[in-house]
Design a binder for this molecule. Sequence first.
Ligand code: SAM
Length: 347
Amino acid sequence: MPAHEGAQGDGIPPRFRLGDPQWLLELRHLPWPVDWAACFGREGPLHVELGFGDGAFLAALARRLPEANLVGVERALEPTRWALRRLRREGLSHVRLVLGEAFAALAVLFPPDSIAGLHINFPDPWPKARHHHRRLLTPAFLHLAAHRLRPGGAVTIATDDPDYAGWIAEALAGTPGLHSRFETAWVPALPDREPTRYERKAQVAGRACFYFVWERIGPVPPPPLPRMWTPEGTMPHRIWKGDPDLPKIEEALRGRLWQDGEAIWRVVALYRPVEGAGLLIELLMAEGLWVERVALRFQPHGPGLWILKPAEIGSPRPTLALRQGVQAIARTIEEAAPALQVLSSTI
Ligand SMILES: C[S@@+](CC[C@H](N)C(=O)[O-])C[C@H]1O[C@@H](n2cnc3c(N)ncnc32)[C@H](O)[C@@H]1O
C-alpha cells in the first residue's frame, strides 16, 4: 500500500500532524503506543534510529531494507528538516520521523518485543563528569531498549569517544537479556555500513570508532519507568464554589516549584485573559530527560463556580505527572483562597 494510504488510516488525527503528513510525526501527539503496522499500512520488521541527525544513515538503511518499517527519532528541528528533505527527495515511503526525545519515545511509542533493529549513532558523549547525567545510554535506557527489542533483534551503537565506549560496554554487560554478537563487547569496524556525518568527521580526524552490536537473547523484566509516563484514565480537574481573590492566587503561584524525588513541577508563567476573569498557568513538568510544558486554566465555571483544568494548549496527556501538577496548583489556590469550597474533584 502506498505510504499516503497508510498515513491516512493510522488513527492519528490530521489536525495533530506537523507540516508533512507523509513523514513527520510529533511524539506528544501520537497514540501511546503506536500501532506501527497500521501507521505504515503494512507489516514489516521495525527498525528505529535514535538521534538520526541529517538522516543519511536512516535513508541508507531504508534503501537496504525495502521490506522494513523504519522510524527515526530526533529532538532537534534543524536536522529533522534536513532528513525530511532527503526522504522527500528519495521518495522513501517506508520511513517516519518522530520529533521528540529518544528515551521518552522509546518508552511510550514502542511496545515490548517490537523492534528488530535499534540504531544509535554517535550519541552526544557529554565528556565532563558533571554532564554525565545527560548521557542517553544509561543502564535504565539500555534496560528499556532490551525490553522493546524483539527476541533476536539487536541494538547497534557507534561512538568515537573512548570514555563513553567504556561506559556503554559496562552498562550493556549489566543489561538483562542482551548479549554481544561478537566475542568482544565492541569491534573497531562494521562492514557494509553507511558512515554517518559524525562517523566521517571521526574518520577524517583519525579517531578510532567503537561499534557495539548486542542481541536480545533472553527474557527481559519490565524496566522501571519515570512516573511522568504513567497513563491515567481521566483528565484531572477540580471545581470550587466561592469568590477567589485572583491577585492573591497569582502571587501565591508565581515562580512556585514542587519537587518529589527526581520529578519537578514549576510555574513558569501566568497569564490573564484579554476578556473576562481567570488565569492561564504555564507549568513545566520534568523528570530526568523528560521535559513537558502544559497549560492549566483557572476560570469561572458558571455562576459562583470556578474550575481548574488542563488547557488544550500543549496537548496534555492524562498522566500521573499531570494529576500531581494539578494537585499542587489546586493546593496552592486553596491556601491563597481558603474560603473556596470544593464541589467536585478528580484529583
Ligand atoms: C552527535 S549527533 C549525531 C548525529 C548522527 N547520528 C550522526 O552520527 O551523524 C547527536 C544527535 O542526537 C540528537 N539527540 C541527542 N540527544 C537526543 C535525545 N535525548 N533525543 C533525541 N535526539 C537526541 C541530537 O540532536 C543530534 O542530532
